[in-house]
Design a protein around this ligand. Sequence first.
Ligand SMILES: [Zn+2]
Length: 511
Amino acid sequence: MKTIKRVVLIGIDGGGTFFEQTDTPNIDRIFKNGVVSRRTLTEIPTISAECWGSMLHGVDCKRHGLTNSIADTTPYPFDSPYPSVFRVIRAAMPEAKLASFCDWNSINIGIIEDGIGVYKYHAKDYDLIDPAIDYINKNDFTLLYFQFDSVDHAGHEYGYGSTEHLEMITKNDGYIGRVVEAIEKRGWLEDTLIMVEADHGGTPGGSHGGATDAEKYVSFFATGGNVRNAELTDMMVRDTPSIILYVLGIDQPLSWMGHVPVGMFPDCMENLPRPEGTPVPGMIVEREAMEEKGEYTTVFADFEPLIYLSFEKNEELPKGTKMHGKLYQVDGVMGHGMRFDDGYLTMSCPSLKESFSLMGWIRPDFCVNEGIVAATGSDCQVEDKLSGFCFSVAAEYIRLRGKAVSKDDLLSVDRIISAQMAEKWMFVALSVDFQNGKLNMSVNFEEFDSYNIPKDMHFQVGTLLYIGQDEKLDKANRLAAVLDDVCLCRKVLDNADLVRLKEYYKVPDVC
Ligand SMILES: [Zn+2]
């Protein structure tokens, strides 16, 4: 292959796939003979730190663990098993000149490691260009990275795809033109790989974080060296650093999940399997799925199950259950479970005027907002509008909230869980005993914690029970988790029932 000596990666925050909806004369000219990928999949949630983290660290967001608030304040750990592309290049090329010019300074603070000789510069994007050209004129760099933020600001303020947002993309196109002009003046066009990529898109309403096409797909452009003139169809944002290492002839860390997209280079193998990323001991514990024998409702017939979801086969969902959005069958605790981050279920809601219990297995993602596991009644997240009940899970707590009928009582119980439980299966059981005024909560078969609730209260409920959402259908409350063996039953479970469940799932005493 033609030797590449330098890489320029220009990141357009919030650019999504909106480039083709507006004038981009520089992009059109620069990448005329290069590759484009118009459906590059980014991380979900489609939030800056999650996405930039994957673009620079080569893994999914739950592995690098970055969120905006972490990146704002916390230097990226130097000993992370998921190093940035800067750190990998530094290890292979001690003398290499590496630089990062960012508008959103959190990238320089919390995403690119300190102490590895990366020249970091921060200013508004329009004020980055002159200092960057000065840097180009004085340094024969190996990796030069930019992040421009004004497109994302325009998207938040006016909506993604709005005139203002699109005009800002055109303005950013001008910055790209000036950077490439400086490279050209140095005579480096032949042996420099130039890439432009967005971290995420956004909605017409001016938000992002969700999993709609407008949010989760971004455009990617590349040219230089042996890059083909082609359109790529299978690319993820997390593949970006693999490309950088590939052209520089550096092996990528085994812990990375990305790969060079098929079709980008003539000499790069086709049909590479997408690596899963090597799990790091102690960080991710997967339980082998046990065989589903279909015995649950027989073994626990005395629970008087009202709804039981084994998630074995879609056609085995209880009668009247509707699937909405995209639900994915994945490995569960027994047989299969179901991923809910892009969809939800509705079914007719049994009476919750009498006491009941709700239990099931949950494996929340690492970077997770409060996601709704089960709800009935509207707008569960807004306290003064809440009617009905809502059971939710976040990285650090599980929460049950309910609104009493003909009383002002709002029931709200939080149980703090360890963030270490992220990515691991946990069994949660709730029993609501209206008759005796008790609410009981158990995690991982530990004895129930008991809370007092008003005696003889019962919940206002809607006609539908939602699994993975509430009636508001707010993307922010989507359940970034896998569920398995969810059961709503009439019996008020006690500690002896937990022992039986623990045996059924063959859970060892120390886990
Ligand atoms: Zn962003």
